[in-house]
Design a protein around this ligand. Structure first.
Ligand code: KIV
Ligand code: ZN
Length: 525
């Protein structure tokens, strides 16, 4: 058995399903290009039938990417057709179709009698649906992946039957998801081992795993599956995804690399691109990386205690199992300033993974100069923040044109905002508990909205007095979350911009994402 592990990245599909993390098409394209530099084997670009925006994103990524591009489809003809259509121009298309297999899911989702009266009849229907879906997908592409949703809680005998049927219908990869992140590593590894023993045609397909992190075990479960014979892992950058997320790409890749002595596996990942990829995904999704996150957290290579620092000075191997350079963390800080030219900016952006050219580069350059006027030194983190801000702004319906705030220990915090929308300027004032709350209240009045603030973070993205402040906010409007991000050297302005951007996301969603065939926009685990 070959020990190469296929890395199937689902940042743009399952990852994008993280609450509030919706990405626009420009951001998806930038991330897909960066995933190519990272050298992942498969990019799952989206779920085409779920909305016109998803369809378009998969299509645009398929048009230009040399990687295998996967598109998700339920075991339904309309879904598979949409996936095939979106993948038409892909050099290496893959249709990824799935059906639920656990009794809990079958009884919950296929309760209607048309699927059968008894559990056994319903199970038989699912086998037939799965077989038919794979066979139908095969009429469009050679490379078909089948997933048994909630396999982690599926009876092993029945799971073996479903997997066998999918392979018989032509599946080239069979994916075993622990959809709810329920299993323990040994237990999950055993499922893979059992499938290899029970499914008679198993050698005709690659076994893949897709582990969720509800108990914090996604990476451990994935590694256990590999030692039991799985050879594809589905994972997401920074471990983002539904609920507690997916197995983290960087953790799996580095575990395999650092402990090759133990497992003997290898991947094709270009590990020095890990850090850039991680920061790009965090910047565009607005999902902040916890400081102690393995591999990519701010503290992953920081040594705080005296004993550790002393050990590191004597011999780095005392406390360091991965060098920062191996994952692209550059300790020498390259600084740009107001005298840096456009070329200098362009080449540094390129090194950070961004491809700005022409008009777009000019727009970034102008922002860069405006920032350089406010702060002397511009660091990589500033540039990443500028890029995140720029790409999102391509689709802006509300623009903050003025902001005035009064606050102090004795004054009642008051804010006045001016918001441009089309030709109109909306102006409103409001008071609040503090200056930020007053800003939010004024924006709500101007736009006539009343969202719930689900999450709000402010942080400085670089160090020192002139640090840029980044505000990230998640608003809940009509049962859906929208993330906004604002940057400024003034954190109140950054917060107002973040609020407005989230409101903008909602507006875009309502305006553009008209559901298909009367269905709500779909998402799966
Ligand atoms: O978690 C899951 O089961 C999924 C499938 C669609 C692969 O995301
Ligand atoms: Zn999933």
């Amino acid at each position: 058995m070959d020990n190469k592990i296929v890395i199937f990245d689902t940042t743009l599909r399952d990852g994008e399903q993280s609450p509030g993390a919706s990405l626009n098409i420009f951001e998806k394209l930038e991330i897909a290009r960066q995933l190519v530099r990272l050298n992942v084997d498969v990019i799952e670009a989206g779920f085409p039938v779920s909305s016109p925006a998803q369809f378009e994103a998969v299509k645009r990524i398929a048009d230009e990417s040399p990687a295998v591009i996967a598109a998700l489809a339920r075991a339904k003809e309309a879904d598979i057709k949409a996936a095939a259509e979106a993948l038409k121009s892909a050099q290496k298309p893959r249709i990824h179709t799935f059906s639920s297999t656990s009794d809990i899911h079958i009884l919950g989702k296929f309760g209607d009698e048309k699927y059968g009266k008894t559990l056994q009849e319903k199970r038989n229907t699912v086998i037939k649906m799965s077989y038919d879906a794979v066979a139908y997908a095969k009429t469009f592409v050679q490379d078909v992946e089948y997933s048994a949703e909630d396999a982690g809680r599926t009876d092993i005998g029945y799971l073996s039957e479903v997997v066998e049927a999918a392979i018989e219908a032509g599946a080239t990869t069979v994916n075993i998801p622990d959809t709810t992140g329920y299993t323990f590593p040994e237990e999950f590894g055993k499922i893979i081992g059992e499938l290899r023993r029970r499914v008679k045609n198993i050698d005709k397909a690659i076994i893949s795993v897709h582990c969720h992190n509800d108990l914090g075990l996604a990476v451990a479960n994935t590694l256990s599956a590999l030692t039991n014979g799985a050879r594809q892992v589905e994972c997401a950058v920074n471990g983002i995804g539904e609920r507690a997320g997916n197995a983290s790409l960087e953790e799996i890749v580095m575990a395999i690399k650092v402990r090759k002595d133990l497992c003997g596996f290898y991947t094709g990942i270009n590990s020095p691109e890990i850090f850039n990829t991680s920061r790009m995904v965090s910047g565009f999704t607005g999902l902040v990386i916890q400081p102690n996150k393995a591999i990519v957290g701010e503290n992953a290579f920081a040594h705080e205690s005296g004993i550790h620092q002393d050990g590191m000075l004597k011999n780095k191997q005392t406390y360091e199992i991965i060098t920062p350079e191996l994952v692209g963390v550059n300790k020498t800080r390259i600084v740009l300033g107001r005298h840096s030219g456009r070329h200098g900016l362009e080449s540094r952006l390129k090194e950070l993974g961004y491809n700005s050219k022409g008009e777009e580069l000019q727009a970034v350059y102008e922002k860069f100069l405006a920032l350089a006027d406010k702060k002397k030194e511009i660091f990589d983190e500033d540039l990443r923040v500028l890029m995140g801000d720029k790409v999102r702004k391509e689709e802006e319906y509300f623009e903050l044109v003025s902001l005035q705030v009064q606050s102090g220990t004795t004054a009642i915090p008051t804010a006045t905002v001016g918001i441009k929308t089309g030709e109109e300027i909306l102006q409103e004032s409001a008071i609040g508990d503090g200056p930020v709350d007053a800003c939010f209240n004024a924006i709500e009045r101007a736009l006539n909205i009343k969202p719930e603030v689900e999450a709000y973070h402010v942080r400085s993205v670089t160090s020192g007095r002139q640090a840029m402040g980044e505000a990230i906010i998640r608003l809940r409007c009509n049962e859906k979350s929208f993330t906004g991000r604002g940057i400024s050297t003034d954190i109140i302005e950054a917060s107002a911009r973040a609020f407005l951007q989230a409101a903008n996301q909602e507006y875009l969603y309502l305006k553009k994402l008209s559901p298909i065939e009367g269905e709500e926009e779909l998402s799966v685990a």
